[in-house]
Design a protein around this ligand. Structure first.
Ligand SMILES: NC(=O)c1ccc[n+]([C@@H]2O[C@H](COP(=O)([O-])OP(=O)(O)OC[C@H]3O[C@@H](n4cnc5c(N)ncnc54)[C@H](OP(=O)(O)O)[C@@H]3O)[C@@H](O)[C@H]2O)c1
Length: 344
């Protein structure tokens, strides 16, 4: 049982897939309590209207964004679309909000504002705020600075690819990596699109944004300029989860034991990275808050596999890892045990 009253937190724009997962996870979190969920489109309707699986788990109804009182929440999770979060965050800060903000969008992930026009087609309207945000990949950047309260939650592909490559990037002077990763349809949100339509997706595999996915800059930002990542994203015929491989040639001096030690050292204290004896399978990562990693080495050719749930470690459970960190709670609070990943 928690020692004190649960901490009040709010979720803004929680009608989407990632928001629904945040609500589901917070319903089982003993140290925080979700007091408000906003939606522009569903204000006044019960949360289960957008998330039927949460019927009976929460009595909350969506409220209109204008009716939300920031003073009621010590922390805010924000699950708006890219480009919209900037407006919400600047409004909160202009109103003097001094609690924590965990933003699930890409709006505060880049340090360099010059990347936004190229990758998101927008001039960042609040470039001075970018330095105030911590890129929220705890396995790489934690512990965060004391008092850090603004967190940019990483992208889903970016989480898997960065965690797969970070142990190598720490030890190698240069790396040139080819990554291919497949994702399920929930990665593109609730609004139906031609590319998420069942007949388009079912029984099909399709590469898109080849070598030009918007998560590349955040991956490069974390790994450093000595790492060159060539990424082919692929849409897969399922709903949730990302599975991918990263392939590279190692320098002659690197042994199999070195590789194993680099990964074991990097993630020794990371409760949500699991190392596997071979390439991981999607099934055992989907529905869980873990990023699963495994590798195979043949001569100098290294293949690193990664699997994670785009809506969990790629979004909502990572946001709660970050929430726990900024609130001074144990990182796994509310995230374990995990649900069964087997199909119902
Ligand atoms: N899906 C994933 O796998 C994933 C992974 C990592 C990060 N993310 C990021 O997490 C965020 C939410 O993703 P999602 O997949 O849950 O998206 P989604 O299903 O499309 O939901 C988006 C939410 O944004 C709100 N919204 C839409 N238009 C808006 C506008 N003009 N102004 C303010 N709010 C608006 C909607 O709420 P209203 O009812 O208020 O309109 C909705 O709840 C996005 O930034 C996404 O990129 C998603």
């Amino acid at each position: 049982m928690p020692a004190s009253d649960p901490i009040p937190v709010a979720l803004l724009h929680g009608a989407g897939y990632a928001g629904g997962e945040v609500i589901r996870l917070l319903a089982g979190h003993l140290d925080v309590t979700l007091t408000a969920v906003t939606s522009r489109s569903l204000a006044g309707q019960p949360v289960w209207a957008a998330h039927p699986h949460l019927r009976g788990l929460t009595d909350l109804a969506f409220i209109a964004p204008d009716d939300f009182d920031p003073a009621s929440a010590r922390a805010i999770l924000l699950a708006a679309e890219h480009g919209q979060a900037i407006t919400v965050v600047t409004d909160l800060l202009n109103r003097g909000y001094d609690g924590a903000i965990i933003d699930l969008s890409a709006d505060f992930r880049f340090r360099d504002p010059g990347l936004y026009p190229t990758w998101f087609g927008l001039e960042h309207p609040a470039p001075d705020l970018l330095d105030a945000f911590q890129y929220g990949l705890p396995e790489v950047f934690a512990p965060y600075a004391p008092g850090q309260r603004l967190i940019a939650n990483p992208g889903c592909f970016a989480t898997g690819i960065t965690l797969a490559l970070w142990p190598l990037a720490r030890h190698l002077e240069a790396l040139d990596v080819s990554v291919t990763a497949l994702t399920g349809a929930s990665g593109s949100g609730t609004r139906p699109k031609a590319t998420t339509h069942f007949p388009t997706r079912d029984g099909n595999v399709r590469a898109y944004k080849i070598l030009a996915h918007q998560h590349l800059p955040e991956i490069q930002q974390t790994l450093g300029t000595h790492a060159r990542v060539h990424f082919v994203p692929v849409s897969g015929p399922w709903t949730r989860g990302i599975w991918g491989t990263a392939q590279l040639t190692l320098p002659p001096a690197v042994s199999e034991d070195d590789v194993a030690r680099w990964y074991e050292d990097a993630y020794a204290d990371a409760p949500f990275v699991r190392l596997w004896p071979s390439l991981p399978e999607l099934r055992y990562a989907a529905g869980t808050p873990f990023c699963d990693l495994g590798w195979t080495l043949n001569d100098r050719h290294l293949v690193v596999g990664f699997a994670l749930d785009n809506l969990l470690k790629g979004a909502a459970s990572q946001a709660i890892q970050n929430l726990n960190r900024v609130l001074g709670l144990p990182e796994p609070s509310g995230l374990l045990p995990t649900p069964s990943p087997l199909p119902a």
